[in-house]
Write a protein that binds this ligand. Structure first.
Ligand code: ADP
Ligand code: ADP
Length: 230
């Protein structure tokens, strides 16, 4: 059974077709790079996958469960990391547990020991264990983005989505962050979809590529089949 099934997803905004009958399946642990020019529908697809918006037609399945339009256990890494700058890297990572555990429980009884261990493990995974106590606001852009990845890992999601995760970083930091994201996903066999617009990074880190144009899938294949104009 595929880990993720996307079935005939269509999203219209009035006359605009943001996504046009998109279907694909992902196996457990696949690392997919989503490509396409601005306006191709990448954000719309990621927003549909994590239930931030509902499709006009079609469905999303995790294993056997239909999750269309529902917030489920999907981790999200954003271009803007949305960290709390005054909190430590550790505290920020720990907040990932809020979306996993019972929310009131976490707020009222504070985080459990398991959550704390997970937060430290996740910081270790992104190479920031030594920086755990640093204020997020004092860290470099690349480090902050790695804290954002750690926070998503603490959630223990069944799917990791990253919407232009390195768009605001310089090339060196971007490469580093992608490297950590890829090794974190591999270590945890976490199915991942990351949208990228830098062709060099896409080539370096992708395993499978899904290319969108005008809302439709125009490419779905491996690195060897990848042409420059996707
Ligand atoms: P990408 O992420 O590839 O740049 P988007 O998914 O943001 O593309 O957008 C795909 C198309 O859908 C664009 O034409 C965009 O203007 C349109 N669109 C996206 N979100 C909305 C919205 N909330 N309302 C109206 N149109 C939208
Ligand atoms: P829906 O809940 O209908 O699926 P969204 O949650 O995707 O809509 O819409 C987010 C907001 O972005 C809406 O208020 C929409 O009006 C606004 N928006 C309008 N045009 C665009 C656009 N071209 N790209 C992105 N967002 C847009």
């Amino acid at each position: 059974m595929p880990a993720i099934t996307v079935e005939n997803l269509t999203k219209r905004y009035g006359d605009t077709v943001a996504l046009d009958d998109v279907s694909f399946e992902l196996d457990e642990g696949e690392f997919v790079v989503l490509l396409g020019p601005s306006g191709a529908g990448k954000s719309t697809l990621l927003r549909l996958l994590n239930g931030l918006t509902t499709p006009t037609e079609g469905g999303v399945y995790i294993g056997d469960d239909e999750v269309t339009g529902k917030r489920s256990d999907i981790g999200m890494v954003f271009q803007m990391h949305y960290l709390v700058e005054t909190m430590s890297a550790y505290r920020n990572a720990l907040t990932g547990a809020l979306s996993r555990a019972d929310f009131l429980d976490s707020v009222l009884t504070r985080y459990g020991r398991e959550d704390k261990v997970r937060a430290l493990e996740a910081l270790d995974t992104v190479g920031l264990l030594d920086e755990a106590r640093q204020r997020a606001g004092s860290m470099s852009g690349g480090q902050q983005q790695r804290v954002g990845i750690a926070r998503a890992l603490v959630q223990e999601p069944s799917l990791l989505l990253a919407d232009e995760p390195v768009a605001s970083l310089d090339p060196k930091a971007a490469e580093e962050v992608m490297g950590y994201m890829k090794s974190a996903a591999a270590e945890r066999e976490l199915t991942t979809i990351a949208s990228l617009h830098q062709v060099n990074l896409a080539r370096e880190f992708g395993e499978r590529y899904i290319g969108l144009r005008d809302g439709a899938v125009v490419f779905d294949g491996g690195r060897d089949d990848l042409t420059m104009d996707v």
